[in-house]
Design a protein around this ligand. Structure first.
Ligand SMILES: O=P(O)(O)O[C@H]1O[C@H](CO)[C@@H](O)[C@H]1O
Ligand SMILES: O=c1cc[nH]c(=O)[nH]1
Length: 234
């Protein structure tokens, strides 16, 4: 595949080595406009906004993944394999499964369980366990400690469904899974297969067991601790 791809209109060298990746294109725009110096829009195919700029003197990019593993699968594959990106740090929102998590708390995803069939493409003779890149995980924990953030490290559940007909979150809670989101497992599998690095950091936007939730506006612009944690890792 040559670049530009069907999904990314950027040219060779437009992306920095590290790309921050929210699901929401407006969260990507907020990161670029709030934190980057000299932000340049390098992609807007399908409204998936991508920017490169600098943060505290270091070159960095941000681009949305869209929602769900098929979408994350496309963008992370193209970034790793066609644009030479080394590291993707997802900055997502998530629903709390662990009873100690509150709205706006941070979850650093050491592993990602999933109900998705995404991994079937690899033809493995068993079940693959998608995990974060250790160096990125270690750095995120160090920075979170320095920044005195309220965070937890552990498993997330990457679900193919936002609305579902069952009560499966109770089952994941019994296994100590912290939160539900919809992209980390595909990101971790693509990073492994590409020999690259990935980490998913999420902010709790919903508490499905209590019904508490953030507004759409809060999901775009208020998860600043997570954004600053990811930027501090660049
Ligand atoms: O806020 P983002 O990063 O999109 O992440 C979460 O929000 C979306 C669902 O509302 C899914 O993409 C889920 O993973
Ligand atoms: O996948 C997600 C993301 C945010 N909140 C949820 O409840 N689920």
């Amino acid at each position: 595949m040559s670049i530009p791809t069907p999904h990314i209109g950027a040219q060779e060298g437009d992306f920095a080595g590290t790309v921050l990746m929210p699901g929401d294109p407006l969260r990507a725009q907020f990161v670029a406009e709030t934190y980057f110096e000299n932000a340049v829009l390098i992609n807007n195919v399908r409204g998936i906004k991508g920017y490169t700029g600098s943060y505290r003197g270091k070159r960095v990019s941000v681009m949305a993944s869209g929602m769900g593993m098929p979408s994350m699968g496309i963008y992370s594959y193209e970034l790793f394999n066609f644009y030479g990106v080394d590291s993707i740090i997802r900055i997502g929102s998530a629903g709390a499964i662990d009873s100690e998590l509150d709205l706006k708390d941070i979850v650093i995803a050491m592993g990602a369980c999933t109900n998705s069939n995404y991994g079937a493409q690899f033809g493995l003779p068993g079940t693959y366990a998608p995990i974060a890149g250790y160096a990125l995980l270690n750095k995120a924990v160090s920075r979170a400690e320095e920044m005195k953030l309220k965070y937890k490290v552990g498993n997330v559940f990457s679900s193919d469904t936002f609305y579902d007909d069952g009560a499966s979150l109770h089952q994941w809670r019994k296994m100590g899974v912290l939160a539900v989101e919809m992209e980390a497992a595909a990101l971790y599998m693509n990073a492994a297969r590409s020999g690259k690095n990935a980490l998913c950091i999420c902010t709790i936007s919903d508490c499905p067991f209590t019904g508490e939730k953030c507004s759409a506006q809060e999901r775009q612009t208020s998860f600043r601790q997570m954004m600053e944690l990811a930027l501090a890792m660049v």
